[in-house]
Design a protein around this ligand. Structure first.
Ligand SMILES: [Zn+2]
Ligand SMILES: [Zn+2]
Length: 236
């Protein structure tokens, strides 16, 4: 009886989320085997997390004086429609299949490229949602990203931050456009802060939110705070 009910729940899920490959449209899965084997949507252009300067994942010399984040690695441009659709469907509709696709991308891209620079021996953590939003949504995609990255790099993943203010979705959108320094005190570091931290999020736009968290960590004693996001850049 129990498995029958379980099957009904699965069928209902299929109705809500019909499965078509994000790239080629074939029915049955959100990311088909052919696309997984052949598609590399991620030309990772190394650039400063805060400005357009290219050539390194490190924060550039001009931005370094005014910021806390030491650098940021991303695997895809947010302008990529496939990446954007996967991330937004996952985030706003809670579709776990999209989480699995993003997990696969992280493992494939980070696991296969030497170009991905991370501080060695760092603890992986994430930019948390506010507790009330986390409850409402039932999961935190940044936490899932951190879990994927930690497992790919074979290091520990820990929750080390608290978001102190709950912001509405609209305010959050606006905040993504805010300048570095406008979001002070948005996060508080908790527990014992490691010397090196990799901060994960799904999307990084202006870098202001990441930098607010980097500031909280550095004020709590961290020496190196590095960012990781699945996508970076603004909405096209
Ligand atoms: Zn496909
Ligand atoms: Zn810069």
């Amino acid at each position: 009886m129990e498995s029958f009910v379980g099957q009904l729940a699965l069928d209902a899920l299929d109705l809500v989320f019909p499965r078509f490959c994000l790239r080629c449209g074939v029915e049955g899965t959100a990311w088909c085997e052919g696309c997984a084997a052949s598609f590399a949507p991620f030309p990772p252009v190394a650039r400063c997390p805060f400005c357009e300067t290219t050539g390194s994942w490190r924060t550039c010399a001009d931005c370094r004086d005014e910021t806390y984040l030491d650098g940021l690695t991303a695997i895809a441009p947010y302008g990529n429609a496939i990446v954007r659709e996967a991330l937004t469907t996952w985030k706003y509709h809670g579709d776990p299949e999209m989480g699995r696709v993003v997990d696969l991308w992280i493992r494939q891209v980070v696991g296969s490229r030497d170009a991905f620079v991370f501080p060695s021996g760092a603890t992986v953590t994430h930019l948390p949602l506010h507790a009330s939003r986390r409850r409402h949504r039932g999961f935190d995609q940044a936490e899932e990203v951190a879990r994927s990255l930690a497992s790919t790099l074979d290091v520990a993943s820990r929750a080390l931050l608290v978001r102190t203010h709950a912001t509405s979705s609209q305010a959050k959108r606006a905040s993504a456009e805010r300048m570095v320094g406008d979001l002070d005190d948005l996060f508080r570091a908790t527990g014992e802060v490691p010397r090196k931290v990799i901060l994960c999020d799904d999307v990084c736009t202006s870098g202001a939110t990441m930098d607010a968290a980097a500031k909280a960590f550095k004020e709590a004693g961290a020496e190196i705070v590095w960012g990781f996001s699945v996508a970076r850049g603004s909405h096209p």
